[in-house]
Design a protein around this ligand. Structure first.
Ligand code: MG
Length: 156
């Protein structure tokens, strides 16, 4: 068995749509990024890569590559899942935390879990997504960004 951990942070900006876990979330701002800015998918992808000691998504998808500008982060996760399959691992579970003051994660938690379960070909009971605020502290508290943390367990 292998455990993996991933972290990511993206800044809120005006004029972009917000994507979390592969779905669009209604919000007045989106996340800045070379990709669609899906901070949760990035953290989960890095957790999976970390469990396999396969580096990180910055190596697989460098933000200097113009051909992937605006890439759907589901493609990033799918590339990582391909490595998981090639290495003959299976995913036991994923547990993730989104840290933001807004939007409130509780209102779309299960939609995100369903989206991730579908992308990862897992049952929804193997995907946990939790929401926390930072109690108004720091850059997250000032509503400048969303942070995501994820752990995963791989079997095989
Ligand atoms: Mg990222």
């Amino acid at each position: 068995m292998r455990i993996g951990f991933g972290y990511d942070v993206h800044s809120f900006v005006e004029g972009r749509e917000l994507f979390l876990g592969g779905i669009r979330i209604p919000h007045e701002k989106g996340l800045l990024g070379h990709s669609d800015g899906d901070v949760l998918m990035h953290a989960i992808s890095d957790a999976l890569l970390g469990a396999m000691a396969e580096g990180d998504i910055g190596l697989l998808f460098p933000d200097t590559d113009p051909s992937i500008k605006g890439i759907d982060s589901r493609k990033i996760l799918n590339s990582v899942l391909q490595i998981v399959r090639e290495r003959r691992f299976t995913i036991a579970n994923v547990d993730a935390v989104l840290v933001c003051e807004a939007p409130r994660v509780a209102s779309f938690r299960d939609s995100i879990r369903e989206s991730l379960a579908q992308t990862m070909a897992l049952t929804i009971d193997r995907i946990s997504v939790k929401g926390k605020t930072s109690e108004g502290l720091g850059f997250v508290g000032r509503r400048e960004a969303i942070e995501a943390y994820a752990v995963c367990l791989l079997e095989g």
